[in-house]
Design a protein around this ligand. Structure first.
Ligand code: ADP
Ligand code: MG
Length: 319
C-alpha cells in the first residue's frame, strides 16, 4: 500500500462566481485528492461515474497495483514482450516522446530509482551511494522497446521498471474531460492533485480563472492566476511529497536519473498550461528538475505556456 501524505494537493483556487451553485465531489484516488466540479444536476450525476473511470485507469497505470497492467510489464518485460491495452500503449508512447525530448529530465524508466528512495511510501529512506550507483544502469530509456504493430513492451536490461507517476494524472484528467463531454457535459473542472483540466468555458466567451497556490503560504494565498478554457494547468512543486533527513534537509519526490538523487532546484513551483494535459504533466516534472535556466529554455523550444515561481520568490511567465 502506498502511504498518502497530506497535504500533497496543490490547492487550486477556482473563481466560480457563476450564477449556479457548483456541485463539488471529492475522492481519494491516485494517492491524492481528486475533485470534479460540475454545474448542473445531470453533469453532477455523470461526474460520479467519472470516478470509476479514474479508478480503472489507476489500476492500469500504477506500478503498485498487483493485478494491474504496468505491474505485469515491469515484472515480465525482460523475459518476453508483454502485450498491453491501447490506453497503456498510448501513454507509454507519449511518455517515451517526452523522455527523449527532455533528455531524461522526465524519464519514464525512472522506476528502480523511485523504488529505491520510496518517497511517498512507508519505505521512504535515504539510500547508500553504492545502492544508487547500482540502480543508475537500469534507467536507460533506450533499452525499452515499444512495438507499435504488436502493442508490446520489452526491456533489454533486467531489473528495469517504468513509472508513469509524472504523467498519468495529466493523461487521466484529459480522458475524464473527454468522457464528460461525450456524455453531454459542457463545463467542468477536474482536479487530480494539482493536475487541473478546465473543460469548456466558464461562461460564453469567458475563461475560467485558476489561482496557483503559493507553496510558502499554508492553504493561504495564491501568487498568480491563469485564464483557460479547454486546457490543462499542471503544477509540480516543492510542496508535495518529500522526505526529510535527521538534519532537516528535505528531499523532493522528483529524482534525477543522472545523479540518482532527488533534484535540487531553484524552482519552488512550475505550472504548465497546455491543451495536451499529459504533455503538461510530463513537462512540469521535467522543468522542476531542470531548474530555472534550463526550464525556461525547454519551454521556449516547445513554445509552452508556463508560470514559474522561483525559490527566491520571483514569478516568471512564459512566453
Ligand atoms: P505529482 O505526482 O506529485 O503531481 P509529478 O507530476 O511531478 O508530481 O510526478 C512525480 C512522480 O513522478 C514521482 O512520484 C515519481 O513517481 C515520478 N518521477 C520522479 N522523478 C521523475 C523523473 N525524473 N521523471 C519522470 N518521473 C519521475
Ligand atoms: Mg508531472
Amino acid at each position: 500500500m502506498r502511504k498518502l501524505l497530506l497535504p500533497i494537493v496543490i490547492f487550486v483556487f477556482l473563481f466560480t462566481s457563476c450564477e449556479k451553485k457548483p456541485y463539488v465531489e471529492n475522492e481519494i484516488l491516485l494517492s491524492t485528492i481528486c475533485t470534479i466540479t460540475t454545474y448542473d444536476e445531470k453533469a453532477h450525476e455523470v461526474s460520479l461515474e467519472a470516478f470509476d473511470l479514474i479508478s480503472h485507469y489507476e489500476k492500469i497505470f500504477s506500478r503498485y497495483e498487483e493485478n494491474g497492467e504496468l505491474y505485469k510489464v515491469n515484472r515480465e518485460a525482460f523475459s518476453h514482450p508483454v502485450k498491453v491495452s491501447d490506453e497503456l500503449f498510448e501513454i507509454l508512447q507519449q511518455a517515451r516522446t517526452y523522455t527523449v525530448a527532455t533528455s531524461g529530465a522526465f524519464n519514464y524508466a525512472i522506476g528502480p530509482l523511485v523504488s529505491l528512495w520510496g518517497i511517498g511510501t512507508e519505505k521512504a529512506r535515504i539510500p547508500r551511494h553504492e545502492e544508487i550507483a547500482e540502480v543508475l544502469g537500469l534507467l536507460d530509456w533506450n533499452a525499452v522497446v515499444l512495438d507499435e504493430k504488436e502493442k508490446t513492451v520489452s526491456f533489454l536490461i533486467e531489473g528495469m521498471e517504468l513509472d508513469l507517476g509524472g504523467i498519468a494524472k495529466g493523461w487521466i484528467s484529459r480522458s475524464i474531460a473527454d468522457f464528460l463531454s461525450s456524455k453531454g457535459v459542457d463545463k467542468a473542472i477536474i482536479n487530480l492533485g494539482g493536475n487541473v483540466y478546465a473543460l469548456g468555458e466558464k461562461g460564453r466567451g469567458e475563461d475560467w480563472t485558476i489561482g496557483l497556490q503559493d507553496p510558502s503560504s499554508e492553504r493561504g494565498g495564491y501568487f498568480a492566476t491563469v485564464h483557460v478554457s479547454d486546457a490543462a494547468v499542471v503544477t509540480s512543486g516543492a510542496y508535495e511529497r518529500f522526505i526529510e533527513d535527521g538534519d532537516g534537509k528535505k528531499y523532493s519526490h522528483i529524482l534525477s536519473s543522472e545523479t540518482g538523487y532527488p533534484v535540487e532546484t531553484d524552482i519552488a513551483s512550475v505550472s504548465i498550461i497546455s491543451e495536451d494535459a499529459a504533455k503538461a504533466d510530463a513537462y512540469a516534472t521535467a522543468c522542476f528538475s531542470l531548474g530555472l535556466e534550463r526550464a525556461v529554455e525547454l519551454c521556449r523550444e516547445e513554445a509552452l505556456e508556463a508560470v514559474i515561481l522561483t525559490a527566491d520568490g520571483r514569478c516568471i511567465r512564459l512566453p
